[in-house]
Design a protein around this ligand. Structure first.
Ligand code: CP
Length: 312
């Protein structure tokens, strides 16, 4: 099968076969990162622009490392150091970048739909690195890769996603990605953090965290996104942690082989206790490692690498 997608915008627009192909490619890419010389010439001569309007540690760094491991040239632009501060629009900025002939633009933006607008406007491939509260497809893909790697397959698993669902592009992308790949997804959080109509994504929800976690194979904890909340949605962090925090005590009621995930950044002691985040069930840093592999796979697939990435 040839990968036909020019842009990676959201999980809705990827088919099961395309997701499987990305994950299979990422598995092969991961091996490159384990070699003494972690570099292949597959994307030599290609240019990747990392265009980040919001802060990022994991996504930006892993795209940068991914591009470099494939020998592409990569450069970063942030809102505060671009001419956006002088009033240049997103479209004008993108058109000016396009005039320099990059092959891929990776964009993170606070407005939902910004990557989709760029994909309609400029010619390079666009990869969505997170747009507002809408989508974070590359996070969902690395989460799928990490679960598949640990459990053998995603189909048939029960995945609990806990916390600030309303403000989470990760939750939305994972509801779509995990159900598409055959998992059952259950959400839990305060009523104020569960968006109306979420069941239309084929998931269920509960206000009771215990109901969500007791027979789940995967528990994915989410950060409370205070920066996106317009008003306080819970009385205090202490009370939130008491009702929705994942503690060692709560872990006692879960499956023996449960996997604990978190997209990061973590609020230690709020949604997850430090000893759980760093404990034996946690695969949080495996997610970060696999982020490089998934982003190598995506750059390779959309930038049309013609060489064999395994051996060249
Ligand atoms: N998971 C994630 O998107 O992390 P960053 O905000 O650090 O990129």
């Amino acid at each position: 099968m040839q990968f036909q997608k020019k842009n990676i915008l959201d999980m809705e627009s990827l088919s099961v076969d395309e997701i499987s192909m990305i994950l299979d490619t990422a598995d092969r890419m991961k091996e490159i990162s384990q070699r003494p010389v972690k570099k292949v010439p597959t994307l030599r001569g290609k240019t990747v622009v990392l265009f980040f309007y919001e802060p990022s540690t994991r996504t930006r760094t892993s795209f940068d490392i991914a591009a470099k491991r494939l020998s592409a040239d990569s450069l970063s632009i942030s809102a505060s150091t671009s001419s956006m501060v002088k009033g240049e629009t997103l479209i004008d900025t993108a058109r000016n970048l396009e005039a320099m002939n990059p092959d891929v633009i990776v964009i993170r933006h606070p407005s939902a739909g910004a990557p989709h607008m760029l994909a309609r406007t400029v010619s390079p491939s666009i990869i969505n690195a997170g747009d507002g509260m809408h989508a974070h497809p590359t996070q969902s893909l690395l989460d799928l890769m990490t679960v598949r790697e640990n459990k053998g397959e995603v189909k048939g698993l029960r995945v609990a996603i806990i916390g600030d669902i309303s403000h989470s592009r990760v939750a939305r992308s994972n509801c779509i990605g995990f159900t598409k790949m055959g998992a059952e997804v259950i959400l839990a959080g305060p009523q104020t953090m569960i968006p109306k109509g979420i069941e239309t994504l084929g998931v269920s929800f509960t206000l009771n965290m215990e109901d969500a976690i007791y027979d789940s194979d995967v528990i994915m904890m989410l950060r409370i996104q205070k920066e996106r909340q317009k008003s306080f949605l819970f009385p205090s962090e202490r009370e939130y942690a008491k009702v929705y925090g994942l503690t060692r005590k709560r872990l006692e009621s879960t499956k023996d082989d449960v996997l604990i995930m978190h997209p990061g950044p973590i609020n230690r002691g709020v949604e997850i206790a430090p000893d759980v985040a760093d404990g034996p069930y946690s695969i949080i840093l495996n997610q970060v490692t696999n982020g490089v592999a998934v982003r190598m796979a995506l750059l390779y697939l959309v930038a049309g690498g013609t060489r064999n990435a395994d051996t060249d």
